[in-house]
Design a protein around this ligand. Structure first.
Ligand code: DX5
Ligand code: ZN
Length: 217
C-alpha cells in the first residue's frame, strides 16, 4: 500500500510571494515541503540555498524534504539539519562514499534518502537499501521543473518496491519529476509512497485543488 504522501516542490512557487505559497501548502492536503537545492555543477541550474530554506522552515507546518542536487553534499549536511530539514536526499551519482554520507545524515537526526538519476539502474541501491530511510527515483533529468515524465520510471519504482520488500520493507519510495494528477494513480500503484509535484501544483489555476486531485488519484 502506498503511503500516499504528496510533496509540492517549492521550485515552482512564486518566490516574490513565497509566504503565500508556504501558507497554501500549510492549508492544503499536501504532506511535505520538497526543496530542490541545485549548485550549477551537479546539475546545469542554480536554485536557492540556506536563507530560503530557513525562511520556509520558519513558517512551514509540515516537514521539509531537501533534495540535494549538488556535488560534495557531505559538507552541508549539518547545516541542513540546523536549518530545520527532516528528510535529506543525496544523489547516488554525487557520492563516492555513500554509506558514510547516509550515516552522517542519520546521525544529524534527519531521515536519509538516496536519489537516482534516470539512467542509473535500481540495482545500484542493493547495498545501501537497508541503511537508507527513503529512496528517490527521478522521473526527469534533475535540474529543472516542468519537464516531461520519463515513463521508464514506473518500472524502476516497481523494481525498487520488490527490492525493498526483501531488504527493507520500511523504506519509503519517492518519485520526482513530471508528476501530475494523470500519472499519480499509476505511480502509487507501482509502489511510490511520496509523490513530488512542482508545476502540476503551482502552475495550476487552483493549486489546492490540484493537490487534492493528486492525493485522490
Ligand atoms: C527537478 C526537481 C524536481 C522539480 C519537479 O530537478 O528535482 O523536484 O522541481 O518539478 P515538476 O513537478 O514540475 O517536474
Ligand atoms: Zn526534487
Amino acid at each position: 500500500m502506498s503511503k500516499n504522501l504528496l510533496a509540492p516542490s517549492m521550485l515552482s512557487a512564486d518566490f516574490g510571494c513565497l509566504q503565500k505559497d508556504i501558507e497554501l501548502v500549510n492549508n492544503s492536503a499536501a504532506d511535505i515541503f520538497h526543496l530542490d537545492i541545485m549548485d550549477g555543477v551537479f546539475v546545469p541550474n542554480i536554485s536557492y540555498g540556506f536563507p530560503v530554506v530557513k525562511a520556509i522552515a520558519k513558517s512551514a507546518k509540515k516537514p521539509l524534504d531537501a533534495h540535494l542536487m549538488i556535488v560534495e553534499p557531505d559538507k552541508y549536511i549539518d547545516r541542513f539539519a540546523e536549518s530545520g530539514v527532516e528528510y535529506l536526499s543525496v544523489h547516488y551519482e554525487a557520492c563516492p562514499h555513500l554509506h558514510r554520507t547516509v550515516q552522517h545524515i542519520k546521525k544529524s537526526g534527519m531521515k536519509a534518502g538516496v536519489a537516482l538519476n534516470p539512467h542509473s539502474p535500481v540495482c545500484l541501491l542493493e547495498d545501501i537499501m537497508c541503511e537508507a530511510d527513503f529512496i528517490l527515483i527521478m522521473s526527469v533529468n534533475p535540474g529543472f521543473g516542468g519537464q516531461s515524465f520519463i515513463e521508464r520510471a514506473i518500472e524502476k519504482i516497481r523494481k525498487a518496491k520488490q527490492m525493498a520488500a526483501a531488504l527493507n520493507p520500511e523504506i519509503l519510495i519517492e518519485v520526482d519529476g513530471g508528476v501530475c494528477a494523470e500519472n499519480a494513480g499509476m505511480l502509487k500503484g507501482a509502489g511510490a509512497d511520496i509523490l513530488v509535484a512542482g508545476s502540476a501544483v503551482f502552475s495550476s489555476k487552483d493549486p489546492a485543488k490540484a493537490i487534492e486531485m493528486i492525493k485522490g488519484a
